[in-house]
Ligand binder design. Sequence first.
Ligand SMILES: [Zn+2]
Ligand SMILES: [Zn+2]
Ligand SMILES: [Zn+2]
Length: 252
Amino acid sequence: MQVVYHIFPSFRPNIFLQFCPRTRSGQDQDDIEQPQWLQEYVAELQTHGTQAKKAIIYCRYIGQVCKLFGFIMATLGKSAWVNNEKLPKNLIVDMYHSSLDIDSQERVVNSFTTDGNLRCIIATIAFGMGIEVHKVRYIFHWGLSKTIVDYWQEVGRCSRDGEPGTAVLYRTPTRGHVTTDMEFKEMVSGVESGEVPCMREAILSHLWMDEMGPQPVHDEDSCQSTCIEECKCTKCMCCSVCRSRCPCRIQK
Ligand SMILES: [Zn+2]
Ligand SMILES: [Zn+2]
Ligand SMILES: [Zn+2]
């Protein structure tokens, strides 16, 4: 008898899902030039260099990739390179997209997958297919992916070893030929309006099929409301929506 294992979709409880709502309309252009949402990670790169946690930043347009790369390079200054030598192989942050020459694409993939100097890749969805990267701790999405399936696959590149990781989803308007499925847009609108009680369960419910059995849900709320510093209950470790509803945070 042939046994079929469904390895996808998986629940991935080790990845915290952070949603960043769209800023006031017309502000998005400014956000990519001065992305507040990324500053914490860029500070980590600046402080820890090649010891910083690995990140992939997904964008929908090559133009966004270039802008973000420029922002991070300008912020890092000299610390964007190791050994004070401005050679491509010494970069701790780089970009990846379909218009890049083959040599650069190979250099980026090799450095990122073999524990070279590279800690952060800013990429279009061209990056990742068939590439196995270990110990990626952050996945950022600047703009929604095309579908929920694509989104969950991209998020799935985070912390495959089961260690804690974070996926940040930033909503931006789409333009031109770049589109997002209605299903994904509606789910995200539900998160924004507070109708969706948990991002993870909402995503999974779109990917789950009846023959897989009952859909997993996260454990019962484990907050005792006695957490002194940072609450580590199942709600606070799940997603930004669940976290905002933890009794601990409501009390504060
Ligand atoms: Zn949740
Ligand atoms: Zn708590
Ligand atoms: Zn909590």
